[in-house]
Design a protein around this ligand. Structure first.
Ligand SMILES: O=C(O)CNC(=O)[C@H](CS)NC(=O)CCC(=O)C(=O)O
Length: 277
């Protein structure tokens, strides 16, 4: 059983201030909750529209954010799933949207690069064009956290259930989703999608979000927030209110078997075999 914490931020275009805020929030959640595993939101280090990605992207290892997160994990002897931050890609002017995970010694334990890129115009006319500056990852990533298999996804990935089916087929017991969902989509889709993915995969689900307003060259934007931890039955067991903060829960791994025996969707799968036939 891991004690998991999700951190909710309101990152802005000031990287030094965001890094300070990460350190303050990690210190605070460790002091109050003593978690084993902490999840930060997408773009924890810098949030200002993905057109700014090339200007802030860091080398794969040893950059400012990588070094801060590694040091926090080691200092507090805690697992730190580093939300996402912009990682320099080989192609000039391009970056990956990467989650880097650090173990209790501050060693890099896993790295996931966001696969599905958000090229969407929201109903208020705001245009998101993530693929203009971000290179998609192509690896499905899981890691072992002290006996718990954690599967990785980021933000818009949430809308693609086939990724979550692939994670559970590879043994995921807890799925981590750092996000910066928009207010306009999040108000209607965030919680139903998270709960649906948790119910379908019968896994624990931790989702850490950005909340509130931030500036971009195209004007101010709003993130939805509502970071949460959902159990394998689909119940929301911890949730962050509006604002900056954190929420924690024990992820009881025995509950996975109870839920999977109660409704054996894994064993009752039929369509895959029909499609293959
Ligand atoms: O562009 C920025 O400011 C920073 N980037 C993000 O916030 C990312 C990529 S553009 N947002 C999402 O993936 C939102 C998905 C979402 O909201 C949905 O699926 O409804």
């Amino acid at each position: 059983m891991l004690k998991a914490s999700v951190i909710q931020m309101n990152s802005q275009g000031d990287k030094a201030a965001n890094l300070q805020s990460i350190a303050t929030l990690v210190d605070d959640v460790v002091a109050r909750e003593r978690p084993d595993w902490i999840l930060l939101p997408e773009h924890c280090e810098w949030l200002g529209g993905s057109s700014g990605a090339p200007g802030v992207a860091e080398p794969a290892m040893g950059g400012e954010t990588w070094t801060l997160l590694s040091g926090l994990a080691r200092r507090h002897q805690v697992w730190l799933h580093g939300g996402s931050f912009y990682e320099k890609a080989a192609e000039p002017g391009k970056a990956y949207n990467s989650s880097v995970v650090f173990d209790r010694d501050g060693r890099e334990a896993a790295r996931y690069r966001k696969i599905h890129l958000f090229d969407v115009t929201t109903t208020d006319g705001a245009r998101y064009f993530e693929s203009q500056t971000i290179v998609p990852g192509d690896d499905i990533v899981l890691y072992d956290c002290e006996g718990v298999t954690v599967g990785c996804a980021i933000c818009y990935d949430l809308r693609f259930p086939e990724l979550f089916q692939a994670l559970v087929a590879r043994g995921a017991q807890l799925i981590a989703l750092p996000a910066a969902f928009t207010l306009l989509t999040g108000k209607d889709h965030w919680e139903p999608l998270i709960r649906a993915r948790a119910i379908e995969t019968q896994t624990w689900f931790a989702a850490a979000a950005q909340w509130g307003s931030y500036a971009t060259p195209a004007g101010a934007r709003q993130s939805f927030g509502q970071s949460m931890i959902v159990d394998p039955w689909g119940a929301v067991v911890a949730r962050v209110s509006d604002g900056i903060g954190h929420a924690s829960a024990y992820t009881d791994i025995d509950l996975l078997d109870r839920v999977r025996n109660q409704i054996p969707v894994g064993r009752n799968k039929a369509l895959g075999r029909r499609i293959a036939a």
